[in-house]
Design a protein. Structure first.
Length: 296
């Protein structure tokens, strides 16, 4: 990913060129946006209907053993488990409800975007995914505490707020390989610059993906506008995700440099905007322990 000793002006020029390549792909509608897997797309389409057929959704899910196993595990988890364990997909769908089933399907599909056969990209994406899950968990739990919206929507928004990053990483990998194939002697990005390109461009990629996956409007708004608080909608999912993102960065679950002073200011502003005291924030962050454990 990096070339030691490359001149600074050459690196800066390369960063600009790569950003231009990505911008051109978006402008010319040439950006390859991954589609939802067929099973996921069919289920999500059915779940949009409030009167969806449990039998039909279950039949589709049963054709994907991995997704079916995850659904059963979630339905029998401590958060949803009743007196009796569910043993069929239809029982699991009934117990979880449309919102949680859809969230699980989208999460499973998004996780695949963070996988790569390239070791360098895989390692970075694994850390990106851990950060995204951490933000999702904190956003969901803070939403439940504030009572400002649907916790599952906040969870999806937190999970997908950085979903453009692995796609940009793949684009950069393709460019690097193309240069190597052409035997062009050019400098390549060091780790910091690689992250910089991804940071500058990932939202422009994440939004088209969200549109293609037909995600809820609030999730799309979060992907597009997660950088700034919205004073007009105090407890919106995007504000809570922004706050959760800053909290998770404070905990060190992030990829790339963090300006501590700026991030601390975002936490302070978000705390006031959302009307949260230290006790509420502590409860909202309790789920991070499980995220850390899964990441190790």
């Amino acid at each position: 990913m990096s070339v030691a000793g490359a001149p600074a002006h050459d690196q800066s020029k390369l960063v600009e060129q790569l950003e231009a390549i990505i911008a051109k792909k978006i402008a010319n509608d040439q950006l390859v946006i991954p589609a939802l897997p067929a099973v996921a797309a069919r289920c999500v389409a059915l779940l949009k209907n409030p009167d969806f057929s449990t039998r039909e959704v279950s039949s589709i899910l049963e054709s994907d053993p991995i997704l079916a196993a995850k659904l059963l595990k979630l339905a029998n988890s401590a958060a949803f488990g009743g007196r009796n364990s569910v043993t069929s997909i239809s029982q699991a769908v009934t117990r979880l409800g449309a919102s949680h089933v859809k969230s699980l399907i989208v999460e499973s599909s998004a996780r695949k975007l963070f996988e790569s056969n390239d070791r360098r990209i895989a390692e970075a994406n694994s850390r990106l995914w851990t950060h995204s899950v951490a933000v999702a968990v904190v956003a969901r739990d803070l939403t439940a505490i504030t009572g400002g919206g649907e916790p599952e929507t906040a969870y999806l928004a937190g999970l997908l707020h950085d979903v453009g990053k692995p796609i940009v990483a793949s684009i950069l990998l393709d460019v690097e390989r193309a240069l190597q194939d052409m035997r062009k002697r050019t400098v390549w990005l060091n780790d910091q610059e690689w992250i910089e390109v991804i940071q500058r461009t990932h939202r422009k990629v994440g939004v088209p993906l969200g549109v293609r996956w037909e995600l809820p409007d609030m999730v799309l708004k979060t992907v597009r506008d997660c950088e700034e608080y919205d004073n007009g909608d105090r407890v919106s999912a995007s504000n809570i995700v922004r706050f959760a993102n800053a909290l998770v960065k404070q905990e060190g679950l992030y990829v790339g440099p963090v300006n501590k002073d700026d991030n601390d200011a975002l936490v302070m502003i978000g705390k006031s905007l959302l009307g949260l005291d230290d006790g509420a924030i502590k409860r909202g962050m309790a789920g991070l322990a499980a995220v850390r454990k899964q990441a190790t």
